[in-house]
Write a new protein. Structure first.
Length: 480
């Protein structure tokens, strides 16, 4: 089985968000199952190849915007997974990521490369990801290339609406785009909608999100189109790199810890602690480092994520913080985004410097230290296609307190590995936090059981890879 994984970002070469992590980890899990998987990525000017040796595969021409454009194809090896990565180079369109031309041209290049057979390797399936590669299924059909396609929707809210002139640049007749029946007045094309219509199968990053996007509340205006593809849409929960050394021992966590005595004994060279002792020491270290009140007897609650009031729930966290007695807890905020909301949180922290620490940066080391020192992690997202914070939090034994939506509902077991609330409101969030703290203070046995349940959860990519392997096989066999 041969899979071409098409993405616009790939850690460590070029990473903007969570898709870069997925592109690094998921193909590696498939490779371990014997899949011949390769990755294709634009060769941006800022790409960081390090010491990876690049080899030119060849050159082709792509006709775009009435001109023949030179395209060079290079091949490198991913430094972690050792998977072949094809880099597509064109100075005019692929040097800098700029919508819509970069991604229209990238999709066109993929289709032309497969049609030309310049790789001397032909995929059975091209696995497309989000808006950036969602024109690939349409372009393959236009060029009569017989390759199956699968489109993964990581976040439906990013759709790529733009003027129909991009279709003219691609030499696609507007009458062939179903989108125009929907956008006839504004004369706009929707990249993601085209992918949904033309892909052979569609996946989302959690089973619940796959159901949610069929509703008006979560469908972002595409619910009717998606309902028309029912039977071709599947929800498969994403995974995380749950390698202990990578997540904890090598991530500047001051006091590494493990769940079982057997595993602690195996890692003696590092001075490894039990989870209870390790979390206590990491909490004290974090409180001191961030200038908070140094006291193991008060709960430490954190938020790690993008400051996006439209998705991540920072609005209801702020309302809750204004209402509760802040001196009975310690709160750590890590993330950046909307400057208006950053300012509002910073204002609160000025009044409670020993109880609230705001860190408006991206700092992976600090993030791991926060996970290690926290008792609870808030994830009150309005919607969450998958979410990785809750998985990492459970790995570290920090219990998630989350809105029951999308992948959060699929990955957190209410009352067993964390806490879920159904109504998106600051009152519901506060109720769940009070409930969690009450158990933490008054029922240590139950709290300990919940932490140990959480740390035992398996969110490895192996499970996701097995589900995708089954789906790929059905596609190849013509059963979808």
């Amino acid at each position: 089985m041969k899979i071409l994984f098409a993405v616009w970002e790939l850690d460590p070469f070029f990473k903007v968000g969570g898709l870069g992590d997925v592109a690094r980890s998921f193909p590696g899990a498939l490779k371990e199952k014997g899949i011949d998987i390769r990755i294709v990525l634009p060769y941006y000017k800022v790409l960081k190849l390090g010491r990876q040796r690049r080899v030119m595969i060849g050159k082709i021409k792509c006709f775009y915007d009435n001109k023949n454009e030179d395209v060079e194809i290079y091949k490198v090896e991913h430094p972690i997974s050792k998977i072949p990565v094809y880099l597509i180079k064109n100075k005019k369109y692929l040097d800098i990521a700029k919508f819509p031309d970069t991604f229209a041209f990238f999709c066109l290049s993929i289709a032309e490369i497969i049609k030309s057979n310049i790789l001397s390797w032909a995929p059975d399936i091209i696995h497309c990801n989000d808006v950036h590669t969602s024109l690939v299924p349409l372009l393959l059909k236009e060029k009569k290339v017989q390759v199956k396609t699968l489109l993964t929707i990581h976040n439906l809210s990013y759709q790529g609406r733009t003027g129909i002139d991009v279709l003219n640049k691609l030499k696609i007749e507007t009458s062939k785009c179903a989108v125009l029946h929907w956008e006839i007045k504004s004369k706009r094309v929707n990249f993601l909608m085209e992918g949904i219509i033309h892909a052979d199968a569609i996946t989302t990053v959690s089973p619940t999100y796959a159901r949610e996007i069929l509703t008006e509340e979560y469908g972002c205006g595409l619910e009717d189109v998606l309902r028309g593809r029912e039977g071709k849409i599947f929800g498969i929960l994403n995974g995380i790199d749950n390698n202990w050394h990578h997540m904890m021992a090598n991530s500047m966590v001051r006091y590494p810890y493990l769940l079982t005595k057997e595993n602690i004994a195996k890692n003696n060279e590092l001075k490894v602690y039990s989870w209870e002792e390790g979390k206590k020491l990491n909490k004290l270290y974090l409180q001191k480092k961030l200038g908070l009140r140094v006291d193991p007897s008060i709960p430490l609650v954190s938020f790690i994520g993008r400051f996006d009031p439209y998705q991540k729930g920072v609005d209801i966290i702020h309302k809750m913080l204004r209402r509760i007695n802040l001196e009975k807890c310690a709160f750590v905020i890590l993330g950046s985004g909307d400057p208006h909301w950053e300012e509002r949180f910073q204002w609160l922290a000025k009044f409670y410097p020993k109880n609230i620490s705001c860190n408006f940066i991206f700092d992976e080391v600090l993030a791991h230290q926060i996970y290690a020192g926290s008792d609870f992690v808030l994830i009150p997202s309005k919607f969450e296609p998958c979410g990785l914070v809750q998985m990492v939090a459970m790995f570290f034994g920090a219990l998630p307190i989350a809105h029951a939506t999308g992948g959060l509902r699929d990955s957190i077991k209410e009352g067993e590995t964390g806490y879920l609330f159904n109504k998106y409101s600051s009152v519901s969030l506060e109720y769940s936090l009070n409930r969690a703290i009450g158990i933490w203070l008054q029922d240590k046995k139950r709290y300990k059981t919940m932490v140990e349940n959480a740390m035992k959860m398996d969110f490895s990519w192996d499970r996701s890879a097995r589900e995708y392997l089954s789906l790929y096989q059905k596609l190849i066999d013509g059963k979808l």
